[in-house]
Design a protein around this ligand. Structure first.
Ligand code: FAD
Ligand code: UDP
Length: 388
């Protein structure tokens, strides 16, 4: 493909969003799709690989697939088999490990039996067994004893962790963020309760390779769209020539317009990988550190991947900080607050001048999406584009 004139669809980014839209368009429209990816690998933040120590790791932190959508699960299952895996997380509270989300088992570990049983009954009476309550809602409980428990959970699970992760207190960020990890009135220790959950049997990168394996898809790695794509007065230029096809953009939307109104704020992470000469480093896939340490959590990959290996294991520690836009940094988490969403909308408005430009994915839509939502959004956009 030269200078884009032979491709009908130009996809920027080869993460979950870019890969799925590319595959769908290639297959269902039988037209040519070109993907530009600035990194030297596919899969975006879900990329995984065999490290030089022979341990399979997730390069950008732990990725556990979970969804309630049959369509999403069936779609990915065309390209992978699954390792059944239910993620469990414990919080290290001054050396004591409590299940997270904080649940009835956590309650009994944190409080003496008589008190725990009494509070458990109150929680079940008010909310019902199996219900999930956002911590900020539980804190509004008038009952004195429940208010005390809410304060305990807020102080020991949410307060410091959230300050590390976001640089803000839990009540200073969008309430949907902490609601992702509710107080769970249940004895179920799993982190997610979705119908389908697991890890691609041969890893995410293998899943992406299968999706990209189509004669209508061409992929350019190490190819930054900022150097090849220009948007000007309603026209798209690719490699200097007018481009009349459709562009699906999955990178940061502010960068598409040279940060004209300033940078959209994100949080980034420093990942510190360690290999240890022991078969297991910790009892669960992830241990959170909500009361101390500079990192938020430690994940041990073998729990997730099921890799059988004696005497050796690999972990990753996550250190959050502000994203500055430096080339070495990745914008992992959009910081959703009214001011930032207003800024995002200004950028989004600029795209309206380009009738065949579509924004898709966690970066381009500035949303805190899990992978399954990305799959669903990509399939929906493909439905729209194929019809039009
Ligand atoms: P990305 O994966 O970010 O892909 C975008 C791609 O576009 C990147 O490869 C980038 O290099 C490329 N790109 C950007 N700009 C340009 C440009 N100018 N030119 C060319 N290419 C460009 N979700 C879950 O469901 N379960 C989990 O357990 C989970 N854990 C997570 C843990 C962490 C630490 C993080 C950060 C996220 C996690 N997620 C999880 C969310 C998941 O990573 C995202 O939902 C998903 O990867 C988003 O896919 P995407 O394609 O929209 O974005
Ligand atoms: N959170 C917390 N303590 C925990 C786990 C989560 O305070 O032990 C809060 C924190 O604000 C975090 C949010 O809940 O950013 C969402 O957590 P989740 O595990 O969903 O985050 P992700 O896996 O996306 O980093």
């Amino acid at each position: 493909m030269k200078k884009g004139e032979n491709c009908d669809f130009l996809v920027v980014g080869c993460g979950m969003a870019g890969t799925i839209i590319a595959r769908e368009l290639a297959e269902r429209s039988d037209k040519k799709v070109l993907i530009l990816e600035m990194r030297d690998h596919i899969g975006g933040n879900a990329h995984d690989f065999m490290s030089e120590n022979g341990i399979f790791v997730h390069r950008y932190g732990p990725h556990i697939f979970h969804t309630d959508s049959q369509r999403v699960f069936d779609y990915l299952s065309r390209f992978t088999q699954w390792r059944n895996y239910s993620h469990e997380v414990v919080g290290d509270i001054h050396g004591k490990l409590l299940p997270i989300p904080f649940n009835l088992n956590s309650l009994h570990l944190a409080f003496e039996p008589y008190k725990a049983t009494r509070i458990e009954q109150k929680l079940i009476d008010i909310y019902g067994y199996g219900s999930k309550v956002a911590i900020l809602d539980l804190r509004r409980q008038p009952d004195v004893e429940l208010a005390e428990i809410a304060d305990f959970i807020y102080d020991n699970i949410f307060s410091y962790y959230t300050r590390k992760q976001w640089g803000l207190a839990p009540d200073e960020i969008d309430s949907l963020v902490t609601a992702r990890v509710p107080v769970f009135i249940s004895n179920d220790n799993r982190y997610f309760q979705d119908t389908y959950q697991g890890i691609p049997a041969k890893g995410y990168t293998s899943l992406f390779e299968h999706m990209l394996n189509h004669p209508n898809i061409e992929l350019h790695l190490n190819s930054d769209a900022r150097r090849r794509l220009r948007l000007e007065s309603g026209e798209v230029f690719f490699d200097g020539c007018p481009f009349n096809g459709t562009v699906i953009y999955t990178g940061p939307t502010d960068e598409l317009f040279d940060l004209r109104y300033g940078r959209l704020p994100y949080r980034t992470l420093d990942f510190v990988f360690e290999t240890h000469s022991t078969t297991w480093y910790q009892s669960k896939g992830t241990v959170n550190f909500p009361v101390d340490r500079e990192y938020t959590r430690i994940t041990e990959f073998k729990h997730l991947t099921g890799q059988a290996l004696n005497g050796r294991t690999a972990i990753v520690k996550e250190y959050p900080r502000a994203y500055t836009g430096a080339d070495s940094e990745t914008p992992y988490y959009p910081i959703q607050n009214p001011e930032n969403l207003t800024l995002y909308k200004r950028y989004q408005k600029l795209t309206e001048g380009f009738s065949r430009l579509y924004l898709l994915g966690r970066l381009a839509e500035y949303k805190y999406y899990n992978m399954d939502t990305i799959v669903q959004k990509a399939l929906e956009l493909a439905d729209t584009l194929i019809k039009s």
